[in-house]
Design a protein around this ligand. Structure first.
Ligand code: XMP
Length: 508
């Protein structure tokens, strides 16, 4: 697959993913990464351009996000386009001045005058409608820069060689009427070629896998019912047929109804050969021996690998296929020198047969598009993620037992039903209902109870690299609380609003 041409450094703006989508609409793929991940990605990739996104920070805030480590701000290594905060950051770090003037804050539609002789504004009207959303503004340009767009203040800047650009407004938002023209101009300036076409990518991956697996050998694919593995199955079923052996493990940590859903999804993906391994007891006996998050993950991984080794032998498979994404590899410390945050259950397992990760260069939103192009049902390609170790990660601070998992499963179902009844599913990127192993005192029916707490965490995110806590409406908070405390062992329900970072999406 062609290398990713554009890196978007995500500073947390609500529009970051919209930049990615706009570029894809123009036919170009991009990687969207927060600064710390971007720096390790840049060590092993050579993008044709880098876009610095907007943010809700001011460059003057304590803890304001900054450039990726070792980033070349001169534009010599890669042309740079700073959007909103991205522009302010470039100006601030290159000797310009960023201020928060009282009379120049823009939120919403604005009219901007642009220098139509600059290649970024080729074919753009001299006065054009844009979308702006900022309190800070660049009030003095860095040396060597000139102004190329103006509202009541500086709205665009360029370096002399046109390699470092900044715009204060958001070209990716539809309200910026000629925003797409500007982004296309940037793609032309940076000589990016069209490389996003789901049909081409599907064909490319099918050919790559077929070349590797050959015309006789068998490949094993771990399926979880989630977007990634189901899409991979749908993509490979037509080319490998019966030689694609799909293995689903019932780890004992699945949610209510999940195994049935998995079977339906595998069928809609055209899977001919599905083996379901019932391994709940083995997982609980192994994982339940520790409460340490990382140790639990390692133990989960060991059992997972043992089962796959066994299934590889049974099927006489020569390859193992997994739906691992670029982000999984980055988070597991597999890209450049990025830190190991969590050991994903399926990254870096040392199988005796070759381990193929055909989605290793793709991001979640791209796989969702492939799923759509492969005509999978929306329930599959829109599905929220769920970790491989499942409910094992949702029993926190106390050893996992079957009873604990049953309790979280029941609570998860109750909360999910309430969310569905209020039609809030689309607002939430992922729901986590966890049992906290801290006992506290409660009173039920005039009796003292010494029981556990449940933590409810709903997050909103685009890429799971960063996330924000979701605020349930008050009435829903009450409904969730009373549903959860109905269980005799639960005395308290806590709502966790912590963003990622510093917290991760999961508790473990
Ligand atoms: P965190 O907790 O790291 O999670 O913010 C980011 C996303 O990844 C999911 N996750 C996993 N998925 N195997 C998976 O397949 C895993 O081991 C794993 N750990 C976390 C998590 O649920 C969230 O969607």
């Amino acid at each position: 697959m062609q290398e990713i041409q554009i890196l978007i450094v995500d500073y947390g703006s609500q529009y970051t993913l919209v930049i990615g989508r706009s570029l894809r609409e123009l036919g170009v793929r991009s990687a969207i990464l927060p600064p710390e991940k971007a720096s390790s990605w840049l060590k092993t990739n050579n993008p044709k351009a880098v876009i610095l996104s907007g943010s809700n920070y001011s460059v003057h805030n304590d803890g304001a996000p900054t450039l990726p480590a070792d980033f070349d701000i001169s534009g010599k290594s890669y042309p740079i386009l700073g959007v909103c905060y991205g522009m302010q950051l470039i100006a601030h770090l290159s000797g310009g001045t960023v201020e928060r003037p009282h009379d120049h804050r823009e939120y919403g539609p604005a009219k901007v005058k642009v220098d139509t002789n600059h290649p970024l504004f080729k074919n753009v009207h001299e006065e054009t409608d844009v979308w702006a959303s900022h309190g800070d503004t660049v009030v003095k340009l860095p040396e060597g820069f000139r102004e190329i767009a103006t509202t009541s203040g500086i709205a665009g800047m360029t370096s002399v060689d046109n390699r470092v650009l900044g715009i204060q407004f958001h070209p990716e938002v539809v309200d910026s009427v000629e925003g797409k023209v500007m982004l296309q101009n940037f793609l032309d300036m940076t000589k990016c070629e069209k490389d996003w076409n789901p049909t081409d990518i599907i064909k490319e991956i099918q050919e790559e896998v077929l070349k590797e697996v050959g015309s006789e050998k068998t490949a094993l694919l771990g399926v979880s019912g989630g977007v990634d593995s189901t899409t991979l199955a749908a993509l490979l079923a037509p080319v490998l047929g019966e030689r694609l052996v799909c293995v689903a493990i019932d780890t004992g940590g699945l949610r209510e109804g999940e195994l049935a859903e998995l079977k339906v999804n595998a069928e809609s993906a055209g899977v001919k050969n599905l083996i379901v391994v019932d391994a709940g007891e083995e997982f609980i006996n192994n994982v339940g021996t520790t409460i340490d998050a990382q140790e639990k993950r390692m133990k989960f991984r060991d059992v997972y690998k043992r089962i796959f080794d066994e299934q590889i032998k049974k099927a006489g498979a020569s390859f193992i296929l997994q739906g691992t994404l670029a982000t999984d590899i980055i988070e597991s410390g597999g890209a450049g020198e990025s830190a190991l945050i969590k050991t994903h259950h399926n990254v870096g397992l040392d199988f005796e047969v070759s381990d193929l990760h055909p989605f290793r260069n793709l991001f979640k939103y791209e796989v969702r598009e492939l799923g759509k192009a492969l005509k999978l049902p929306p329930a599959v390609y829109e599905r929220n993620p769920f970790p491989g170790p499942g409910l094992f990660l949702r029993v926190v601070g106390t050893p996992v037992s079957k009873e604990h998992i049953d309790l979280v499963r029941e609570a998860d179902k109750a909360v999910t039903d309430i969310i569905k009844a209020h039609k809030l599913e689309k607002e939430i990127s992922q729901l986590i209902v966890a049992l906290l192993g801290v006992k506290s005192v409660g009173v039920k029916g005039d009796e003292r109870v010494y029981g556990y707490m449940l933590a409810i965490r709903a997050v909103v995110t685009v890429d799971f690299m960063t996330a924000k806590g979701y605020h349930f409406p008050d009435s829903v908070v009450d409904e969730i609380t009373s549903a959860c405390v109905r269980h005799k062992e639960i005395v308290r329900v806590l709502f966790d609003m912590t963003p990622k970072p510093p917290a991760t999406t999961e508790f473990e």
